[in-house]
Design a protein around this ligand. Structure first.
Ligand SMILES: [Zn+2]
Length: 291
């Protein structure tokens, strides 16, 4: 609404509820009908799960406009804010992100990485011809060639969808095939990159999804008041590069869930050359790595 933009200049993150909850309460106030918050609080909701669509339906009941219109208005105003998002990767040195930012996937460059990897791992010579064939085909395809994928919830990338951290680019995994997994687990360091994404850069559908999630959780909090931020699977796509200044931090989670094999894997790599100096970390986890 005009003159009412608590999102301007804000930096917020899904799992950091204090960074957005009061802001959203304030933003939402003009859309709430008389006694709305009391009605939300008083109406029983024992049957609703964390991700139940019923939470938005409850909110819809007390808004002065349809929840779809309010979601769209919120998405438009969120464009003036910066959202903490995450990207999972396996790289030798996360410094490349701090220096160069997050570049869109360049398949030819990824293909060069694959050939370098094969050069260093002669045990794959027997399969090299078929990998090269798959690589040539994949480089020729243009599908998804210019998008980055960013997760709203970093925990989801570690605890549910860890194959990006464990094996690296999904596209490279597809080209190399199942038998290369052990090699990928020895190459580079599992890395979670945290990015401050100015939402004006995100595609509209993505911002709308963020608005939808925030309203859903705000409605749930009226009843639950548990301060929790449920683990969610929400991905934004971006069709442009992100500058190095937008990279907020990176980390190397010690335990990562491998959805390809349904096991938790210990990450023996506690740091990379770009990590800030710190006390020596304990090593010796039973990871797949022989580092
Ligand atoms: Zn590092």
């Amino acid at each position: 609404m005009a003159g009412h933009d608590p999102w301007s200049g804000a930096l917020f993150g899904w799992a950091d509820q204090p960074s957005w909850y009061d802001r959203l309460s304030s933003w939402l106030a003009p859309y709430l009908g008389r006694g709305a918050q009391r009605r939300l609080t008083k109406t029983p909701a024992e049957h609703l799960y964390l991700d139940d669509l019923g939470w938005l339906a409850r909110l819809d009941d007390v808004l002065t406009e349809p929840v779809e219109a309010v979601t769209a208005a919120l998405a438009a105003d969120l464009a003036s804010a910066t959202l903490r998002v995450f990207h999972g990767s396996r790289v030798a040195n996360a410094g490349v992100f701090h220096r160069d930012g997050l570049r869109r996937r360049d398949r030819a460059a990824l293909g060069d990485d694959i050939r370098d990897m094969l050069d260093r791992n002669p045990e794959f010579n027997w399969e090299r011809a078929s990998i090269e064939e798959r690589l040539d085909r994949a480089v020729a395809e243009k599908r998804d060639a210019s998008r980055s994928y960013l997760g709203l919830d970093g925990r989801f990338l570690v605890e549910e969808c860890g194959h990006y951290l464990l094996y690296g680019s999904e596209w490279m995994q597809g080209v190399l095939g199942w038998s290369a997994q052990a090699m990928l687990l020895r190459t580079g360091v599992p890395t979670l990159i945290e990015i401050g994404l100015p939402l004006q850069l995100a595609e509209h559908g993505g911002t709308n999804a963020v608005a939808d999630r925030l309203l859903h959780e705000w409605s749930r909090q009226q009843v639950a008041r548990d301060g929790r931020s449920p683990l969610i699977d929400c991905t934004l796509t971006l069709d442009q590069d992100i500058a190095g200044e937008a990279i907020l931090s990176h980390s190397h989670p010690r335990r990562i869930f491998d959805p390809l094999h349904h096991v938790w894997r210990s990450n023996a790599y506690a740091d990379c050359p770009a990590c800030k100096p710190k006390a020596p970390a304990e090593t010796g986890d039973d990871g797949e790595s022989d580092h």
